[in-house]
Design a protein around this ligand. Sequence first.
Ligand SMILES: NC(=O)c1ccc[n+]([C@@H]2O[C@H](COP(=O)([O-])OP(=O)(O)OC[C@H]3O[C@@H](n4cnc5c(N)ncnc54)[C@H](O)[C@@H]3O)[C@@H](O)[C@H]2O)c1
Length: 303
Amino acid sequence: MSNPIRFDDQVVIVTGAGGGLGRAHALLFAKHGAKVVVNDLGGSTHGEGANASAADKVVEEIRAAGGTAVANHDSVTDGDKIVQNALDSFGRVDVVVNNAGILRDKTFHKMEDADWELVYKVHVEGAYKVTRAAWPHLREQNFGRVIFTASTSGIYGNFGQSNYGMAKLGLYGLTRTLAIEGRKNNILVNAIAPTGATRMTEGLIPPQVFEQLKPELISPLVVYLGSAGCEETSGLFEVGGGWIGKVRWERSLGAGFDPKAGFDAEDVAAHWQQICDFEGAAHPKDNIEAMKEMMANLQKYAG
Ligand SMILES: NC(=O)c1ccc[n+]([C@@H]2O[C@H](COP(=O)([O-])OP(=O)(O)OC[C@H]3O[C@@H](n4cnc5c(N)ncnc54)[C@H](O)[C@@H]3O)[C@@H](O)[C@H]2O)c1
């Protein structure tokens, strides 16, 4: 058995924790000794309405189990209020789990500005606002763990989810840069792409599978990524049904053309197979590694 993971004296914010995956994360963090800010606006899956009881109930559950938690009912778009609530209640913030989310599924040709904007607002702007408000505190204490909730709909695309896919993969872009900027202050930043049985996925997943995709099966990864002992940063993990896997970029070795002599669309067509051939593919970890093949091509034709 490995060392127990503990969060004694640490404060964790979980957004959208009044139900679904966020509730499971909040309960597990509390079980591991964290003081938890249970944030939830308590709206519908479509982002309408508000209801304080969602967050309040989860706080009651945590307290009944002997844990410590406070409820917060602000929207993630008011991230500064959520972080202020953590500071007022517990004096600090150590871990931010950006989990709150909504859906406004429509095919792109039926997409209206309001559907696009609301999904962007809750997922991207909301995660930005909460994380931005926490960031100076994490920097100052030289410790922080931030988890963003992406989606396979962003990674792979999904019919009717152009707005949601845009927002979810945007969060992974945010993860990559915050991981670079946070590293020197021991702020580690990762993203998860979960699959779990919640009101959001009810009716979309066949009932037999749905029953097995318990939200609790996602939280151990989130708690691990939030822990002081975890050294992972910039990662993207697919998780659900008791399975966890890491996702990375893969890029073909590509085809090089003479930049001085020039080349045209027919040359591109003639080399298409080579451009798309993943044999011996590269897995660039950063911008510098990513530029290696391009620089080698310039070098090859230099002089
Ligand atoms: N369930 C899945 O299979 C799945 C798959 C991929 C991604 N996700 C993501 O996981 C996260 C959790 O989703 P879930 O499946 O538990 O759905 P859920 O609807 O049960 O939970 C989302 C919670 O976020 C809250 N919320 C919505 N807007 C908010 C706002 N502006 N401020 C504060 N709280 C707000 C809701 O009230 C709700 O309790 C979401 O980001 C979702 O996009 C879920």
